[in-house]
Design a protein around this ligand. Structure first.
Ligand code: HEC
Length: 109
């Protein structure tokens, strides 16, 4: 009986682990909807026109030096609070935030 309970608990942990892990693929869809317009496809080619309009350079998210200079918390904060000339992205909430962070990490060049 104890064995059964231990197996059950272990199984629940696996299921919860999968559900909680950030999903870069889902994050990519969110990125294309909510970030690409400014940061460009795969965060590689920032939109010049938007950059001019905002009066600020838009960072190349895929760049290795950019990635090295930012923590996951920095990326999250840019989404939830905005950063400088970047307005917060209120449409991205909950686990989608972690998914987008995972996606941004996955596009590193
Ligand atoms: C309206 C255009 C716009 C959109 C939409 C946008 N960004 Fe940005 N982003 C910017 C600009 C401009 C900056 C530079 C801000 C500054 O330093 O003044 C920036 C900066 C950042 C930074 C650097 C933050 C830091 O700590 O320096 C990250 C990370 C980032 N954006 C991620 C994202 C993600 C992820 C999304 C989508 C959820 C997104 N951005 C959507 C324009 C945008």
């Amino acid at each position: 009986m104890n064995k059964l309970i231990i197996t059950f608990v272990a199984l629940m942990g696996t299921v919860a682990g999968v559900a909680l892990a950030a999903d870069a693929k889902a994050g990519g869809e969110v990125f294309n909807k909510s970030c690409k317009g400014c940061h460009g496809p795969e965060g590689a080619t920032p939109n010049e026109a938007v950059s001019k309009m905002l009066g600020a350079p838009i960072p190349v998210l895929a760049a290795a030096d950019f990635q090295a200079s930012k923590t996951d918390a920095d990326i999250k904060k840019a989404i939830t609070d905005g950063k400088g000339k970047m307005p917060k992205v209120a449409s991205v909430t909950g686990s989608s935030i972690d998914d987008v962070v995972a996606y941004v990490r996955s596009i590193k060049k």
